[in-house]
Design a protein around this ligand. Structure first.
Ligand code: 6PG
Length: 475
């Protein structure tokens, strides 16, 4: 028997998939009364089967009762698949809401969609927040990193609740702070995922390198644990876990996993939105491309292997000797990947006028989120010390790490390339660094003249100001 409750619930959770369910439980754990609704009642009943919830979680089985069960001004959190489902839910909910109510949309939405939705919802006097939610199901349940953005006047309404359920970083601060207007919150989450793609790709390449050395999954896991004592990166920690995972028969699970990596689109969103800002994110893009490559039909890859008859990648050298190089190489590649992500955030803040607080973004990524790692402390300190920093490559902590790691990265990439082992992210990191440290990018001069020859696109000179075009018909 479901109690009919007066409009008492402090927050409504619309959508009880893994993330919505976990967030609802997290709010209840923190003493907030939660109204729940899901398009299909099964998930609502499933949640109600969790013991001890009756006093704080009230299930509703139609949207009208769900809205009526909320304390005014209402706060509704929507956790449904990004894209059209969000618009469909808004179309249904908006007529039931009043001016002063707040909608929080916590999916992986495109920041442009969020800005559009905010404008439309604001016409009714309802406030809109597009919030990144990072940390997966476990994070949502125990403490996510939250990146709210949109109507800043809604922040005082929801700040206490969101910071209560958020993770804490190493400084004990909530991993939830106001990000900025419009779609800034979702933009920052998208680029969190872009860094995630880049870092996961680097990790995958290092794992393959060690497999090509003949190391076992357990030996590779031990190397990850060893590096993680310094780097303290969540993705390194769980890499050791997946490498040690055993299948039902006790054999290494990894050896039975099909070599195809999925992608729901946040990585691609990072690359497109970075390019729109005139930013190269070649390391992060390598992570996106490698996943798409892995989806190429396996049969086709076997056919190409048989056509070209090339040996499987194999590397020589001592495991310890290479591990001593792979560690600094991985650390430098990580640093270059994070640096690319933050440079794009900086550029977006300037071009979109968002006034992003980069030290604070690094700080709220210090716990709960997937890319949490000690490097974020250094990033926060670097931007605090120099708010106008346009690249982390000149921050002292980064200079030291990259100076230490690049020689090893060069050795690792060279050995991999000679062995026919694909390392697109580490190679992109190295090329990114070599480009950034080159006073004269000869390749750019050649391209400038080519463009001028075939398209009269003009070029500049390095010895005098101005814009030039050469009459190539003169030979
Ligand atoms: C997070 C994760 C989360 C989700 C990814 C998966 O921050 O908690 O990134 O958002 O697991 O979106 O996305 P891909 O399928 O693109 O890897």
């Amino acid at each position: 028997m479901i109690r009919k409750t007066k409009a008492a619930c402090q927050i409504g959770m619309y959508g009880l998939g893994p993330m919505g369910r976990s967030l609802a439980l997290n709010f209840a754990d923190h003493g907030y009364s939660v109204a729940t609704y899901n398009f299909t009642a099964d998930l609502t009943w499933q949640l109600m089967s969790v013991p001890g919830l009756a006093s704080l979680v009230t299930p509703f089985f139609n949207e009208r009762d769900f809205v009526a069960g909320l304390r005014q001004p209402r706060t509704v959190m929507i956790m449904v698949k990004s894209g059209a489902p969000v618009d469909e839910v808004l179309d249904r909910l908006l007529p039931m809401l009043d001016p002063g109510d707040v909608i929080i949309e916590g999916g992986n939405s495109d920041f442009r969609d969020t800005a559009r939705r905010q404008r439309s919802v604001n016409e009714k006097g309802v406030m809109y927040i597009g919030s990144g939610v990072s940390g997966g199901e476990e994070g949502a349940r125990r403490g996510p990193s939250l990146m709210p953005g949109g109507n800043v006047e809604a922040w005082p309404v929801v700040k206490e609740m969101l910071q209560a359920i958020a993770a804490r970083n190493q400084q004990g601060r909530p991993c939830c702070e106001w990000i900025g207007p419009e779609g800034a919150g979702h933009f920052v989450k998208t680029h969190h995922n872009g860094i995630e793609y880049g870092v996961m790709q680097i990790i995958g390449e290092v794992c393959w390198f060690m497999r090509a050395l003949g190391m076992s999954n357990d030996e590779i896991a031990d190397a990850m644990d060893n590096w993680n004592e310094t780097l303290k990166a969540f993705l390194l920690e769980i890499t050791a876990d997946v490498l040690r995972a055993q299948d039902d028969d006790g054999s290494p699970l990894l050896d039975h996993v099909l070599d195809v990596a999925g992608a729901k689109g946040t990585g691609a969103g990072t690359v497109v939105s970075a390019l729109d800002l005139g930013q190269s994110v070649n390391i992060l893009a390598a992570g996106v491309a490698a996943r798409l490559m892995s989806k190429n039909r396996r049969r086709r890859r076997l056919e190409i292997r048989d056509l070209y008859q090339l040996p499987e990648p194999a590397l020589a050298g001592g495991h310890e000797e290479w591990a001593a190089k792979l560690g600094p190489a991985l650390e430098a590649a990580f640093a270059l990947a994070y640096a690319q992500g933050f440079t794009t955030l900086e550029e977006a803040s300037m071009q979109y006028g968002w006034g992003l607080n980069l030290p604070q973004i690094a700080s709220i990524w210090g716990g709960g989120c997937i890319i949490r790692a000690d490097i974020l402390n250094e990033i926060s300190a670097a931007y605090t010390a120099n708010p106008t920093l346009d690249t982390l490559l000149v921050a002292p902590a980064f200079v030291e790490c990259i100076r230490r790691g690049v020689p090893a990265l060069r050795e690792v990439v060279s050995a991999a390339v000679l062995a026919g082992l694909p390392v697109p992210a580490m190679n992109s990191a190295l090329s990114n660094f070599d480009s950034m440290r080159s006073p004269n990018l000869v390749l750019a001069g050649v391209i400038a003249l080519l463009r001028d020859l075939f398209g009269a696109h003009t070029f500049q000179r390095n010895d005098r100001p101005g814009v030039f075009h050469r009459d190539w018909s003169k030979g």
